[in-house]
Write a protein that binds this ligand. Sequence first.
Ligand code: ZN
Length: 117
Amino acid sequence: MYTISKRFTFSASHIIEGLPAGHQCSRLHGHNYVVEVVLAADRLDAVGFVVDYGELKPLKQIIDGELDHRHLNDVLPGPTTAEAIARYLFDRARALWPQAVAVRVSETPATWAEYRP
Ligand SMILES: [Zn+2]
């Protein structure tokens, strides 16, 4: 199995709903998010790639067009946690590339959330 990944970044604000009063994440705040899409294949293409990194630009366009410098509560249909963002972007990536196997989202240098079906 061959695996590749590509990293993207965006900045956005959010409020996490449903938390106890006083939880810091229930207040309006923002992150400089890091996103990694992971793609895998048993066989390489004729060139020797899982997917040409250059073909992953549409995910950057989705991130820039839908999430960057937005208030995520206005954009996402449900929760705005890193886990939910990972699922949202995984669904978008999988629709573009059947080789997509996971999306990871980081809000801080110390934390990652991943969606992998
Ligand atoms: Zn947050």
